[in-house]
Design a protein around this ligand. Structure first.
Ligand SMILES: [Fe+2]
Length: 304
């Protein structure tokens, strides 16, 4: 049973307005909401013992599906938002979607991850799925400690290219799915599949009634390329892209072209964080205006 947490209810769909509620910084479109209320929800934990521990290569995409709203809480980030929480280099997001709870990336350090989640009132037992974006420690370092310390057994989706040194200790504790091609993880939630040639990475795509939400760990294959893949996987409409955009050491003119590429792809709102870099974040804020969300550890975003 989940603990009682504050949830934001969003207004019924309004034409051409992305319903995005955020407790993050930046300009918000919270005016499109009608009420804020407490609610209790339950989470169904997947029977991990029945899931295959083999590489999955295909899925049924974009089937008719009544999408619930998604609530994304950033639980690990080097960008500060909630003063109570610890900032540390890395990324992790706690994603509530219908009956499912997916954690995307686990930061660097398990105690920091767990302490941040505890301070946010998150019930760790609610996590049924964990997805790792890529093998870097600032995205995977918290996983083993989280599993060992809590005894939870979520299904863990990791790029098939991960080394045995990362995979085997996790597979000794819980079910591991090795990802190559795009797959549907739970109804309405997809991974892009492995992308890139140097540092292999996958992003998460969540379907909502307002468009797809793309959550990226570090975007080593390029954030625009990951958004394009997300569109192939789950449909063209992109309500929000959030996470690390990997523009830390990128020249301003190149950042500009990435931003206009995302605009051309129809990305409605952006929440760049983690490895995006301050300069790129400032440029996104300027270009996107009220559609920019300043993401950081402890902020939450609701879309749908
Ligand atoms: Fe990173």
């Amino acid at each position: 049973m989940r603990t009682k947490r504050s949830m934001v209810r969003v207004a019924p769909a309004a034409a051409l307005i992305v319903l995005l509620v955020t407790a993050c910084g930046g300009t918000e479109t919270a005016a499109s909401t009608t009420s804020v209320a407490d609610s209790t929800s339950t989470t169904t934990v997947l029977p991990t013992s029945t899931l295959p521990s083999t590489t999955t290569t295909s899925t049924t995409l974009t089937e008719p599906f009544e999408e619930p709203s998604v609530r994304i809480t950033i639980v690990y980030d080097n960008i500060r938002h909630d003063e109570r929480l610890t900032t540390d280099w890395g990324f992790g997001a706690y994603i509530e979607y219908g009956e499912h709870v997916v954690v995307f990336d686990t930061g660097t350090d398990a105690p920091i991850l767990m302490n941040n989640m505890a301070l946010l009132g998150i019930d760790i037992d609610s996590i049924d799925t964990i997805v790792l974006s890529h093998h870097h420690r600032d995205h995977t370092g918290g996983l083993l400690g989280l599993l060992r310390e809590t005894g939870i057994t979520p299904t863990v989706y990791m790029p098939a290219s991960f080394s045995a040194a990362i995979r085997d200790p996790v597979a000794a504790l819980t079910a591991v799915i090795n990802v190559t091609d795009p797959i549907e993880i739970v109804p309405g939630v997809y991974t892009t599949g492995e992308m890139g040639s140097d540092i292999i990475e996958q992003a998460l795509v969540v379907r909502t009634s307002q468009g797809n939400v793309v959550i990226a760990g570090c975007s080593h294959p390029g954030i625009a390329a990951m958004v394009r893949r997300a569109q192939e996987v789950a449909g063209e409409s992109i309500a929000l892209v959030v996470g690390g955009f990997h523009l830390l050491n990128t020249a301003p003119d190149e950042i500009e072209s990435v931003i206009s590429e995302l605009r051309d792809l129809g990305v409605k709102q952006v929440g760049p964080s983690h490895c995006t870099g301050e300069q790129a974040i400032a440029m996104f804020a300027q270009v996107y205006g009220e559609d920019y969300v300043r993401a950081g550890v402890g902020c939450f975003i609701v879309v749908g």
